[in-house]
Design a protein around this ligand. Structure first.
Ligand code: ADP
Ligand code: F6P
Length: 489
């Protein structure tokens, strides 16, 4: 496809997500440094090449004055990022409140404690109003930058109102919406006071995507049961208009991880780690410090393993790297204290003067250190109580072609559907089962490890982030063309 001037035509992609791939950190008046943001969405989208992409998202900091906003907008423009400026009150109500205290636990089937649930019920209306307002602010920025022919790809539970706002501006906009969390059973979604508004707004998109077929099916059931609409194999129909609904499992940029392993900094870190943990099997957890990741359950299962296997006491170490996240939300603050308390207790119980069984870090690791850690690990423990996909499990597999370590993976992570045949699948709520799976992994014969790894490595290296994005965008283009043909008939 070519432009009139003969240059190849590259369709512009406007990626709209709550968080930009870089977060601004103030370094003095109107001076900013930009740091890479965390989370799976950023990792996956940064692995996608070949699109003429612009990223629209919250700047991540409060910048009340116009001069500051202009300075930050210029700094972000260098990274092809366009900021949405949200004030502190909106962030509190929309991001900390409605997104992360209401939708996030609900979509992950996590019940809030009774007193928090009552408080949430009382503040629901104001938080929902802030959510709508924030979504409208995102829509205003998209509309300002939109050019005919652009594809607008909205991401995640923060922006369920966005498709409707965008279509109200311009019904010809090609709009896709993708959810990076599970979509829960309609029985769960139906408890949400704003259940219908959210579904109707998402249905304004042309294409709606999920990581697994189950999440897509739950969404279609919610539309049939709550809105009374017709679910078809293609999606949801409302008065002759079809919204396509389908599963598009995400992946990673596997080549980036595999390629990094031979580089001097990664080799150097690997050497240090091997020396540091010589004579001990290394078990690894890498997560955002989030209640959905099942970190306390993982550590309690490790304690149970130590209780039952005294011969392993000084021969195994658990490294838990947990980057703090959403630290203004009370539930996350409670989780941090809880994890610290459990780690301290277990290290006090099983540690010696020279070694402790758990190394817990509340921080993010840079890419080279992370690759090195994945590569020297014997067993990765992914114990999410629910997880949309879980890319940590993919990254671990990508870095394990030499070692062929074992992946212990929660059956409640989306990744269980793709890596289940190679991993040991566990119910993370059952710490006895997880403890037994640690023993199984430590004693697994080399041929079995090799066979399991082969299966997962083949999946991770073929189902990549690139393929995910290309499939979604091409399906979105096709969906719009088909809809146009249908209305002309
Ligand atoms: P989520 O999107 O819920 O955070 P994923 O497992 O899909 O979960 O993605 C997490 C991403 O963040 C991965 O790319 C992982 O490498 C990165 N990450 C998570 N925790 C850390 C950490 N402590 N240090 C560095 N990177 C991390
Ligand atoms: O996948 C869930 C998600 O909300 C992503 O949108 C994001 O990449 C990640 O978690 C990090 O969350 P936050 O932006 O709230 O730090």
């Amino acid at each position: 496809c070519e432009r009139q001037d003969g240059r190849p035509f590259r369709q512009r992609l406007l990626v709209v997500a709550n968080r930009l791939p870089v977060s601004a950190v103030r370094r003095g008046e109107d001076a900013w440094s930009l740091e890479m943001s965390g989370g799976g969405l950023v990792t996956a989208l940064l692995g996608v090449k070949g699109f003429e992409a612009r990223w629209i998202g919250w700047a991540g900091v409060n910048v009340p004055d116009e001069i500051g906003q202009r300075a930050l907008t210029d700094a972000l423009a260098q990274k092809k990022c366009i900021p949405v400026f949200l004030d502190e009150e909106i962030v509190h109500q929309y991001y900390n409140g409605y997104c992360n205290n209401i939708l996030w636990p609900l979509f992950h089937y996590l019940a809030l404690p009774q007193e928090d649930r009552l408080a949430t019920t009382r503040s629901f209306q104001s938080q929902f109003a802030a959510y709508r307002k924030a979504n409208q602010m995102f829509a205003d920025v998209v509309n300002k930058h939109y050019e005919d022919g652009d594809v607008v790809w909205c991401h995640d539970y923060h922006l369920m109102f966005l498709p409707k706002c965008l279509k109200e501006y311009n019904s010809n906009m090609k709009v896709g919406w993708f959810l990076h969390t599970p979509f829960p059973s309609s029985e769960i979604h139906r408890t949400l006071p704003s259940r219908s508004e959210l579904l109707r707004s998402v249905l304004a998109a042309d294409l709606v995507g999920f990581h697994t077929y189950d999440y897509a099916r739950h969404f279609v059931s919610a539309c049939t049961r709550i809105l009374g609409l017709e679910g078809t194999p293609e999606g949801v129909e409302d008065q002759g208009r079809l919204t396509r609904v389908a599963a598009f499992p995400i992946g990673i940029d596997a080549v980036r991880f595999i390629g990094a392993l031979d580089t001097p900094p990664v080799q150097e870190h690997m050497k240090e780690l091997k020396e540091r943990f010589a004579g001990r099997k290394v078990m690894l957890g890498v997560d955002r410090l989030d209640m959905i990741k099942g970190i306390p359950q993982k550590i309690l299962a490790f304690e149970k393993f130590l209780e039952e296997n005294s011969d392993w006491h000084d021969k195994v170490v658990l490294l838990q790297i947990a980057v703090p996240t959403r630290t203004d939300v009370p539930e996350y603050q409670k989780l941090t204290s809880q994890v610290h308390e459990i780690v301290g207790r277990i290290n006090g119980r099983f540690g010696t003067l020279t070694a402790v069984p758990i190394h817990h870090l509340d921080r993010s690791l840079d890419f080279h250190k992370l690759c090195a850690l994945y590569a020297v690990t014997d067993i990765a423990l992914v114990t999410s109580l629910r997880d949309g996909m879980n890319l940590v499990s993919y990254e671990f597999v990508a870095c394990q072609d030499a070692k062929k370590g074992v992946l212990i993976l929660s059956e409640f992570a989306g990744a269980a559907q793709s890596l289940g045949a190679g991993a040991i699948l566990v119910n993370p709520w059952n710490i006895t089962e997880v403890a037994a799976s640690i023993a199984q992994a430590l004693n697994m014969p080399a041929e079995e490890r090799e066979k399991r790894h082969r299966h997962n490595f083949a999946h991770v290296t073929t189902h990549t982030a690139q393929e995910w994005a290309e499939t979604f965008v091409s399906e979105l283009n096709d969906t719009v063309v088909e809809a146009q043909l249908r209305t002309r008939q």
